[in-house]
Design a binder for this molecule. Structure first.
Ligand SMILES: [Zn+2]
Length: 237
């Protein structure tokens, strides 16, 4: 059985002085808030301007590493990275890309738990800028509203496309669905591999990290157990 680092419903508190956290944290992954830390001028630049600026910066990084950027294979790399950052892997930083979480009335009165499991998740560790790859499992109990199944995948994808910390990602998905569905009864479990752990540092290729957030009725042991039974992760208890 693969070792699991289990972080149950971590309640993260903003109790660290950011100035001295870098050294303290080392390779540990600690987030300081459920909200992605962004500056108020985050969207003063257009996407085009951001890509131009990042291209220059990446050119500098590769040059500093001693790479020959006139080589055919490398000359397009700074531009490719800039485009990938802004338009793909970090595109979820921009609220205008947030998926419309349209809901509809639960006309067939389905009052049981709805579970969307094995949602493929690609994110990026904000401490090392290396991939986080895994599965998200999301559940809710309708209080009258239901949401399209593909919307749940889109919400996971939107919050994953940011520099992330897995605990924060788990909370952001739950909070977004709680808002859209008008109920506290939402839960999310994420089981993911962090390439910063698997491919470097301690190089533990088998470990994965499980995070969970249980809202409302999901705090009740029997409801939580039912959800975990659907996703076959109940053995971690
Ligand atoms: Zn990392």
């Amino acid at each position: 059985m693969q070792p699991l680092l289990y972080l149950a419903s971590m309640k993260l508190e903003n109790n660290m002085d950011t100035a001295d956290t870098t050294e303290m944290m080392g390779d540990d992954h600690i987030s300081t808030s459920a909200v992605t830390p962004m500056r108020s001028d985050a969207f003063d630049m257009s996407d085009e301007e951001k890509m131009k600026s990042i291209e220059k910066d990446m050119h500098h990084v590769l040059h500093t590493l001693g790479l020959d950027l006139t080589d055919d294979s490398l000359q397009g790399t700074p531009k490719r990275i800039a485009k990938m950052f802004v338009q793909e892997i970090f595109s979820g930083l921009d609220p205008k890309r947030k998926p419309e979480a349209s809901t509809f009335n639960n006309s067939y009165n389905y009052g049981e738990m709805l579970v969307e499991k094995n949602i493929t998740l690609y994110s990026t560790c904000e401490h090392h800028f290396l991939p986080i790859v895994g599965k998200a499992h999301v559940a809710y109990i309708s209080s009258g509203k239901v949401i399209g199944l593909s919307k749940m995948n889109r919400i996971v994808d939107y919050y994953a496309k940011r520099p992330q910390v897995q605990e924060r990602l788990t909370m952001q998905i739950v909070q977004e669905l709680q808002k859209a569905l008008g109920t506290e009864d939402v839960a999310c479990v994420i089981d993911a591999k962090h390439l910063c752990v698997n491919s470097r540092g301690i190089r533990d290729i088998d470990s994965s990290t499980v995070t969970s957030e249980f809202g409302g009725k999901f705090k009740e042991p029997n409801v939580r157990k039912e959800f975990l039974n659907y996703i076959k992760l109940d053995t971690i208890y």
